[in-house]
Design a protein around this ligand. Sequence first.
Ligand SMILES: C[S@@+](CC[C@H](N)C(=O)[O-])C[C@H]1O[C@@H](n2cnc3c(N)ncnc32)[C@H](O)[C@@H]1O
Length: 217
Amino acid sequence: MRIASIPTRGRTLDYAAAVYDFCEPFLLLGRQAEYDRHLLELLATRPTDRVLDLGCGTGLLCRRIADRLDPHAGGEAVGIDAAGRMIGLARRKRGGPGCRFEAMAAEALDFPPASFDAVVSSLFFHHVDRELKRMSLEEAYRVLKPGGRLIIADMHTPTTRMGALVSHVARWFFLQPQIAENTRGLLPGLIAAAGFATPHLAATYFGYIAVFTSHKP
Ligand SMILES: C[S@@+](CC[C@H](N)C(=O)[O-])C[C@H]1O[C@@H](n2cnc3c(N)ncnc32)[C@H](O)[C@@H]1O
């Protein structure tokens, strides 16, 4: 069944859904498993946790999170993406008990307040403009329980010449000013402004991706 995409100003990837799983290993230079494993370690889930993945794409990270949860004890990983085709693929390839996918915009989450123990997001925030980044972070804050963890991995101020080159080429090749906002270093300030504890830079990858951890006080 075809799933309708959700209207958003974000750069959705309906057009790339069918090839996304083949391309991502190249974009992450063959280190996708290591990168995902690190995010899982930082998430440090308990089996009963409810975890939300913003801009989940085809749902691989969300599936890996779900594999660490116990659906019989209430554990659940929920992936949302505004691209209907991404959600269709995620449901087919990675859905199952304790792992569900919904077409939804990160800036307008259809979940009650304080309904998740953790929110994670990988490579989503460079797809939305500053205002949507702000709204998405406020929504993440709203749906997290007090003490809930936030993990964001995304493009940030480059730390190597190669990282700077990749960021610059990506910004102009994809004509995506949202990338330039990230590389100017906007994310940590926006995370704090949404009410989260001062974000901690937990890791950098490839000279252009930073992993931030924080929590809702
Ligand atoms: C580069 S992909 C990242 C996918 C996955 N998280 C990963 O790490 O491979 C960015 C995703 O964000 C989605 N997206 C863009 N704008 C969005 C929005 N406003 N709300 C939810 N998802 C959005 C796109 O459709 C796309 O699937």
